[in-house]
Design a protein around this ligand. Structure first.
Ligand code: DC
Length: 231
């Protein structure tokens, strides 16, 4: 049986992880959320007080401690979901906290942090059969992936989706503010110096502004068939 690597990159709030998880479940592959890995390093830095009140990161110390940071994914059967562990402790909730979200872009811009994460990600893919999502998977981590996808959606549509999600969690933020945030993150992701977000050569473009999850899966299966990938 042929096993492949599916590399998914794209703008924030396009539903990359939902789509990647659905593909992994469909193919019986492992799903790796690389954003969770950068979030775990950020959580570690916060726990070790390597980020001060002004938001400055003690880069040297953090880089020196990288070998002490072990990130693994554990499958929770009850929840049918994979959970991120930092040095053996489940941190799936903590890495989604506001403070981690606030500092993760700074931590993920440190070249040595990226080098280490990319190395770990490449190791996870040695046996293929993996779906990985992030910002640099098709460009840096697996440029040779059999299937590369670049996801985007209209900023207004993404802001509306985020607004609904947040409202359901009981947090109401004006939609204009969310739209501003969506646009700012696009700008930062595309313009950062290290591993900026780019559509990798050969990556298939998926604009899901007007697609349901079912239609996205149909699209994915069509692409597999068109590439004559027999799984
Ligand atoms: O997808 P996310 O919001 O969980 O990602 C968290 C942060 O990590 C975000 O600032 C982008 C960054 N990131 C990255 O630089 N490279 C990746 N492969 C994945 C995420």
């Amino acid at each position: 049986m042929q096993k492949i690597i599916v590399a998914i990159d794209g703008h924030s709030s396009t539903g990359k992880s939902t789509f990647a998880k659905a593909i992994a479940a469909k193919l019986g592959y492992v799903y790796v959320d690389t954003g969770a890995m950068y979030r775990s390093v950020t959580l570690y830095a916060l726990q070790q007080r390597l980020i001060n009140e002004r938001g400055e990161v003690s880069e040297k110390e953090l880089v020196a401690q990288l070998p002490a940071i072990r990130i693994t994914f554990r499958y929770n059967k009850g929840k049918s979901a994979s959970e991120t562990c930092l040095n053996g402790k489940n941190v799936e909730q903590e890495i989604r906290s506001f403070s981690v979200s606030q500092y993760v872009s700074r931590v993920s811009a440190i070249p040595e942090v990226r080098e280490r994460m990319v190395h770990l990600q490449q190791e996870m893919g040695v046996n293929k059969g993996i779906v990985m999502d992030g910002r640099d998977i098709g460009t840096v981590v697996f440029p040779q992936a059999e299937l590369k996808i670049y996801m985007t959606a209209d900023p207004q549509v993404r802001a509306e989706r985020r607004y609904k999600e947040m409202k359901e969690k009981g947090c109401e933020v004006p939609i204009e503010e969310i739209l501003e945030n969506v646009k700012r993150r696009d700008y930062e992701d595309e313009r950062r110096v290290v591993a900026p977000l780019r559509r990798a050569p050969g990556a298939l473009l998926l604009d899901n502004s007007r697609l349901t999850p079912e239609q996205q899966m149909e699209w994915f299966l069509e692409q597999l068939a068109a590439l004559r990938i027999n799984l």
